[in-house]
Design a protein. Sequence first.
Length: 52
Amino acid sequence: MPNDSVARLIELVPPPGGTRPALDWESVEAQLDRTLPDDYKELADVYGAGQF
């Protein structure tokens, strides 16, 4: 279930259609050598790597 901010954004700007490949956040964070915020990961999971 999306957090409140992401849920509100989904209401205002529906995500693009289609399926997006699941991101391996553990691998991404290991490559970056840092932990990413959960809301950022949720946003990327919902909207993909696009632009507004």
